[in-house]
Design a binder for this molecule. Sequence first.
Ligand SMILES: Cc1cc2nc3c(=O)[nH]c(=O)nc-3n(C[C@H](O)[C@H](O)[C@H](O)COP(=O)(O)OP(=O)(O)OC[C@H]3O[C@@H](n4cnc5c(N)ncnc54)[C@H](O)[C@@H]3O)c2cc1C
Length: 407
Amino acid sequence: MRYVIIGNGAAGVGGAEGIRSRDKDGEVTIISAEGARIYSRPLISYLVAGKVADSGMDYRPADFYERNNCKVTGERAAAVDAKGKAVILEGGARVPYDKLLVAAGSSPFVPPFEGLDTVKGKYSFSSLADARALGAALAPHKKALIIGAGLIGLKCAEGISEKVASITVTDIAPRILSSILDEGGAAAVARHIEGKGVSFRLSSSVKRFEPGTAYLESGEAIAFDLLVTAVGVRPNTALLKGVADTDRGIIINARSETSAPDIYAAGDCAQALDASSGESKVMALLPNAYMQGECAGVNMAGGEKSFDKAVPMNAVGFFGLHIITAGNYTGNVRAAGEGDGYKRLFYSDNRLNGYIMVGDVGKAGIYTSLLRDGTPLDTLDFEQICEKPGLMAFTSKARQEKLGEAR
Ligand SMILES: Cc1cc2nc3c(=O)[nH]c(=O)nc-3n(C[C@H](O)[C@H](O)[C@H](O)COP(=O)(O)OP(=O)(O)OC[C@H]3O[C@@H](n4cnc5c(N)ncnc54)[C@H](O)[C@@H]3O)c2cc1C
C-alpha cells in the first residue's frame, strides 16, 4: 500500500501516526513545503520572544520519520491527478498513491492595500520562517504596526513586546479577537493587553501606505519601522479544486474522507461538521487538526475511526491572561463573572451551545465535555455548573459514567 500525505503539520503527523497504528509496512511518503522539521506552529511567538529556544519548537522529535518509516520529500505538491492516482510535484515528478491525505494547512491572506508594495520591512506571522525573519528585524528603537487584532496578530504583539519601542495594532472590527470573544470578553482582554503597552486602533482600516507611514481611514497617520499583516488566513484548497467538493475548506465527513475516492483531508485546509452548531466549518485549531489527521490515517489503513466531536475551541493566553472559548454564542446567555474572571455560557433547547472564559479557566473542560457530548442540561444542576463547575453537579449515574471514562 502506498500512502501519500501532503503537509507535515499537526494534521500530517496525525495522519502518519494513524496509518502506522494499523499498518507498519505500507510505504508512507510525506510531501512537505517546509522541509523535514516538524515544529509546533503556536510556539512561534514564544520563539520570537526568546521564551522558547529553537530546539524547543519540535512537535515531534527529529527521528520521527525514521521511527515511523516515512519518506519525506521537501518539494511542494503542485497538483493532484486523481484519475492517475498521483501527486505531481512542482519539479514535475509524479508520486503515485493508493490513499492520499491532503493536510496542507492555510496561508496568510494579505489584502491589496494601496502602497503596500512601497513598504520595506513587512512580515507575515504564520511559520517558523516568518518568525525567524521578523525576529532578525526587531530592535529596541523600532516602532511596530500590526494589522489585525485576531489571535495571530495579538500573539505576534506578545512575542515582540519586549523587543521593540512601541506596538500599535489596528483592526477593522470594533473589538479585538472578534471571531472568538463577545464585546465584554474582548473589552476585558483589551484592557489587559493595553496595560502591557500595546495601543489599539479599532473600527479603523488602513487606507494607504507610504514607506514608514500608514494612513488610516480616520485620517490618522501612524509611523512604523516594522509592519506585520495578520488579517487572516485562507485554507489551502487549491490542490483539490475540481477534484473533490470544496467550500471555504475541503469538505470532509466524520471519517476525514473527501468526496473523491481514496482522498482524505484534515486540519486547517478542511471543513467539517461543528458538533456544537451542526454547521460545516473550518475549525483551524491544532487539536482538531491532529485528530482529523489521525482519523484519516486509521481509515486510510483499513481501520474504522470517526471524529465527529470537533468543536471550534480556543485555549490561548496573552501576556499571562488565559482565555478558553468553545462552541457558538447563540441562545440564552448566563453571565457568571466579570473582568479578569469574565465568564459567559450560551445555551438553548436544553443544550450548552458555547462558552467564554477569561482569566480563571481551570474548570473549562467540564463545559467542553457538555458541548462535545450534547449533554441535556436538565440532567445536571445547571446553576451549580455555571457558578462552580464540577462533577458534583451531575447525577450520580452520570458521575459514575464520567469517572469510568476517566479511568
Ligand atoms: C501564531 C499562531 C498561534 C497559534 N496558536 C494556536 C493556539 O493557541 N491553539 C490552537 O489550537 N491553534 C493555534 N494556532 C493554529 C494552529 O497552529 C493550526 O490550527 C495548526 O497548525 C494546523 O495544522 P495543520 O497540520 O492543519 O496545518 P499546518 O500546521 O499549517 O501544516 C500544513 C503544512 O502543509 C504545507 N503545505 C501547504 N501546501 C503544500 C503543498 N502544496 N505541498 C507541500 N506542502 C504544503 C505547509 O507549508 C505546512 O507546513 C496558531 C497558529 C499561529 C500561526
